[in-house]
Design a protein. Structure first.
Ligand code: PLP
Length: 362
């Protein structure tokens, strides 16, 4: 936490705004708008998953529809497709950003059009904070007239060509879960340049009450709005977002500096125009065996590291789903490791990690 979160939370108590609306909710939405660019509107919600669920509905996804989804991601990117009774079609990654492959996306769209019809939406993810190939993906989406839901849950503070991640899709999704770069303990946001989307998201997230003196409903509603107490934490966190990005980027730079010359260890560099928040610092090793040797050596010294996300097309829950894969994300999963990445790591912590890795690989 930074310095001001408790002040905003205290204000919520003092003014008795303990509800899923109030000054902190409005203030947090305003802060998000300022950070992402003023042409963007924000609706803060109870989670990023809730934002994806509402976002897919706003894009018209219904039972039986197909939704193209990046396979290399956390399961929450795709679960809301199933909530709606729609079908995920998984798209593998390319090697430059580890995100959705434009080549496989096009193949998938052409195949689905031939066999079933135009897919209803594309879910592209800025994984670990690295922007996906925004222009290539958008060009394809425009060509086939398919809307993009931009999962920016891990990429708050990242930019592509100086524009904020979260602002590229028809709808963008942010997360403030406890593990993200800033947090409200749990929370998320749906953002869009189209105010009709954020207005409708707020309507659906607050039980879809029609305009009437009594309780009148002509839509299925959800209880997905963010609490004014948690939004107070969010306002304070927005003030330290850039500090957190700086810390995460400095962790990454340290690891790259200390480990970049080790044989077989690879890092994911930023191409021109790409700016990652470096939410997690990840490395690639030459093989599954070496990755496991490293992970266990770190664990032996009480240092937790984790394999990269397991691709969704390999997850039991999704094993019936269509997939367009070329082995890229599977190889990343087998060879990759997320190193300790917290914003509060000190030099001694980082030294312990790199010393252990160097010792293990020599
Ligand atoms: C965390 C995360 C989500 C879900 O956000 P929650 O706020 O935890 O519901 C969705 N997609 C990705 C890529 C995430 O990392």
């Amino acid at each position: 936490m930074g310095d001001t979160e408790q002040r905003y939370v205290k204000e919520a108590f003092e003014t008795n705004w303990i509800a899923p609306l109030g000054p902190n909710v409005n203030g947090f939405e305003y802060a998000i708008k300022e950070k992402l660019g003023n042409s963007v509107h924000a609706a803060v919600l109870s989670s990023g998953t809730a934002a994806i669920h509402l976002g897919l509905q706003l894009l018209g996804v219904q039972r039986g529809d197909e939704v193209l989804c990046q396979s290399f991601t956390f399961s929450a990117s795709a679960n809301p497709i199933l909530y709606l009774g729609a079908k995920p079609v998984f798209i593998d990654s390319e090697k430059d950003t580890w995100n959705m492959s434009p080549l496989l996306l096009r193949q998938a769209i052409e195949n689905r059009i031939e066999e079933k019809g135009v897919p209803k939406a594309i879910i592209a993810v800025h994984l670990y904070g690295m922007p996906y190939k925004v222009e290539a993906i958008q060009r394809i989406a425009n060509e086939y007239n398919i809307p993009v839901l931009e999962d920016s849950a891990e990429a708050l503070g990242s930019t592509y060509k100086n524009k904020a991640c979260g602002t590229f899709g028809d709808i963008g999704v942010l997360s403030f879960n406890g593990n993200k770069i800033i947090t409200t303990s749990g929370g998320g946001a749906l953002v869009s340049k189209n105010k009709a989307y954020t207005d409708k998201a707020i309507f659906l997230a607050t039980q879809a009450r029609d305009d009437a003196p009594h309780y009148q409903h002509s839509h299925i509603g959800y209880n997905y709005r963010m609490s004014n107490v948690l939004a107070g934490i969010g306002r304070g966190q927005m003030e330290v977002l850039q500090d957190r990005v700086d810390s995460r980027r400095s962790n990454y730079a340290f690891y790259q500096n200390m480990l970049g010359s080790l044989k077989g260890i690879e890092f994911l560099n930023e191409a021109d125009g790409y700016y990652s928040n470096r939410w997690l610092s990840c490395i690639l090793t030459p093989s599954f065996e070496i990755r496991e040797r490293l992970r266990l050596a770190l664990l032996d010294e009480n240092i937790e590291s984790r394999p990269l996300w397991k691709p969704l097309h390999l997850q039991p829950i999704f094993n019936e789903c269509k997939q367009f894969s070329d082995g890229t994300s599977e190889s990343l999963f087998n060879r990759g490791l997320c190193l300790p990445s917290g914003s509060n790591l000190c030099r001694a912590d980082l030294d312990r990690v790199t010393d252990c890795i160097k010792k293990t690989l020599l």
